[in-house]
Design a protein around this ligand. Structure first.
Ligand SMILES: Cc1ncc(C[n+]2csc(CCOP(=O)(O)OP(=O)(O)O)c2C)c(N)n1
Ligand SMILES: [Mg+2]
Length: 371
């Protein structure tokens, strides 16, 4: 699946602004951004890529059970993440690390999940309405649609006040579109005109299954059949991701019903640290996408606008410091007691849980440990 004339691209892989029929509607939204906002887009992309790299290393060094890289998908995430307003609710899948950080989740919380030192994650109400990572593919699109329907019932959306009206964004992948849950979410969102933006990151692979197998038509057309307008964007273009998300969210908040954005991007790394993509895809494909890297094109753009060498040099230091801080805090994490897993099953003591807890304690003790 590749770009067509309908694909919205504002920034070319060469780092120049694209003026086309598809981009015309959105370019004024970019013109309205300040230099500081543009720098912030770049800062988030660079820092999260460095974080992702550090987490990959930590997994390889035995410090994490698993890692789920976001490498290559930074622009799709950062642009749309900044298009959301504080009152919006975000329902991620499991590799939306950049959006988590934008919404105020300390990325160490993601590390804790994959080190197995937390049984949940974070409280969305205290972290920018950024809901928990969901590994059950597509299921959270239903949760997102339900919350969007609740906003309508509560009167917290569609009142004509964009500063306070809410919307919901849910992130999911190309593979997830094959799940019944996603089709069901489309049906409910369309029927009830729920204020939800379906943000589909088409990274071209669902583990080892290519998107060409998942869908015989471009995925942005899928939602059209359910009555949800869809648009395809260059997902490696942070400006397109921001502007198209912003415009669609404003329509959604105003009561315009659900929308879908298909962001064409690429999973540059493995599916997870347990996967070896060289077994099922060609290097030439990875090289093709490396030339369309989201970060290098935005750096070229910023330099073309006169951004100083000092900014990029300082950002390298900031990213390295961030990664070092994550490493230090990861190694300092305390291992929770084995008993803890039983403590939150029921609010009241329960005899079956108590006996299982005791059984495990006896079993662990049989190895001579202290748990
Ligand atoms: C309901 C369900 N079925 C299968 C899986 C196993 N699984 C984990 S990730 C994945 C592929 C998802 O691909 P996609 O939606 O494209 O997201 P991506 O990982 O590429 O971001 C599958 C099949 C799962 N986690 N949940
Ligand atoms: Mg995918």
């Amino acid at each position: 699946m590749s770009y067509t004339a309908a694909t919205v691209q504002l920034l070319s892989p060469e780092g120049t602004i694209v003026e086309s029929d598809a981009s015309a509607e959105y370019l004024p939204l970019i013109d309205a951004l300040s230099d500081e906002q543009l720098r912030e887009f770049h800062r988030q992309m660079v820092v999260i890529r460095r974080f992702d790299n550090e987490a990959t290393n930590l997994q390889r060094q035995g410090q994490l059970g698993l890692w789920v890289p976001s490498l290559g998908q930074e622009a799709a995430q950062v642009g749309s993440g900044y298009a959301a307003r504080a009152q919006d609710h975000i329902f991620p899948a499991y590799r939306e690390h950049a959006i988590a950080r934008i919404r105020g989740v300390d990325p160490l919380n993601i590390i804790k999940l994959l080190r197995g030192t937390t049984h949940g994650g974070w409280n969305p109400a205290e972290h920018g309405n950024f809901h928990l990572y969901t590994l059950v593919i597509g299921s959270h699109t239903l949760h997102a649609t339900g919350v969007a329907m609740a906003m309508t019932l509560d009167g917290t959306t569609g009142t004509g006040h964009p500063e306070t009206d809410g919307a919901v964004i849910t992130y999911f992948g190309d593979g997830a579109t094959s799940q019944g849950d996603v089709s069901e979410a489309f049906v409910f969102a369309a029927s009830y005109q729920a204020p939800v933006l379906f943000f589909l990151q088409n990274n071209h692979w669902a583990i080892s299954v290519p998107v060409s197998t998942q869908s015989r038509t471009p995925l942005y057309l899928r939602s059209e059949g359910f009555g949800i307008p869809g648009v395809q964007i260059d997902g490696n273009d942070v400006l397109a991701s921001y502007a198209v998300s912003f415009a669609n969210l404003e329509r959604i908040r105003a009561g315009g019903g659900p929308r879908l954005i298909e962001a064409l991007t690429y999973r540059m790394g493995a599916h997870t640290s347990s996967d070896d993509p060289t077994k099922y895809r060609e290097n030439s494909e990875v090289e093709y996408w490396a030339e369309r890297d989201p970060i290098s094109r935005f750096e070229t753009y910023l330099r073309g606008r006169g951004e100083s060498d000092a900014f990029f040099a300082e950002l390298e230091v900031e990213a390295a410091d961030f990664a070092a801080d994550i490493r230090g805090r990861t190694l300092a994490l305390e291992t929770p007691s084995t008993a803890k897993i039983f403590d939150h099953v029921y609010s009241e003591p329960h005899p079956v849980i108590d006996s299982q807890k005791q059984w495990l304690a006896d079993y662990e003790a049989s190895f001579g440990g202290d748990q």
